[in-house]
Design a protein. Sequence first.
Length: 102
Amino acid sequence: MKTNIIPNQNQIEKVFSDRKIHFAALFGSRAKGTAQATSDYDFLVEFAPGNKYSLLDIVALKNNLENVLGQEVDLITVGGINPKMANEIKSSQKVIYDRRKR
């Protein structure tokens, strides 16, 4: 279920759509409701199937999100999750964008 817990949600969704993101979730302090005013935004993202992406695409996505949010952004791709962090991410994540077919 998608949640609307970040500012400029429509702009964020457009960034994800333009960058061919398939799924995005917020995790960490912003998702838990424990963030400070200066806390960054932590996003877990999955690119659309068959969409090739590079480090430059990830950096561009990060920059676009930072411009919209006016705050630092950290990105992790679904395939790049550190196994030691997987449970923490899964337990705190809030889905904010989901275009996966069910």
